[in-house]
Design a protein around this ligand. Sequence first.
Ligand code: ZN
Length: 142
Amino acid sequence: MDLDALYQEVILDHYRSPRHAGAVADAEVAAEEVNPSCGDHIRLAVEVKDDRIAGVRHESHGCAISTAAASMMSEFAVGRTPDEFRRTADAFVAMMRGEREWDSQGMEDVEALSGVRDFPMRIKCATMCWHAMKKALEKADR
Ligand code: ZN
């Protein structure tokens, strides 16, 4: 597998037009993560209403993988309950670490990131937005 395969079309599409992307003001930041080995940086704002994730906005700077992952993660998150999100986040991270098979449940876009597993240095690029969202939800739950 080469880098071209890593940056397959679905990832590039999310990278070029990331869903739920936008500036996040300091006062809105619910979680922030950095991936020093790659230079990726994400800031998240989240809105939870009636135990549903009503809105997500992410400000992502970094590689195509990290921005695409944040786009896919946000697309998945909206409309889910925080518990649903946490279960899928854990399954995704375990899949990326090679600890578990991925049952995509129709989430083909997210599955596109599984190719990143062949590049261990890049795994955090794909997982950090899921970690950030879990942190953001802990705050929103309080
Ligand atoms: Zn990266």
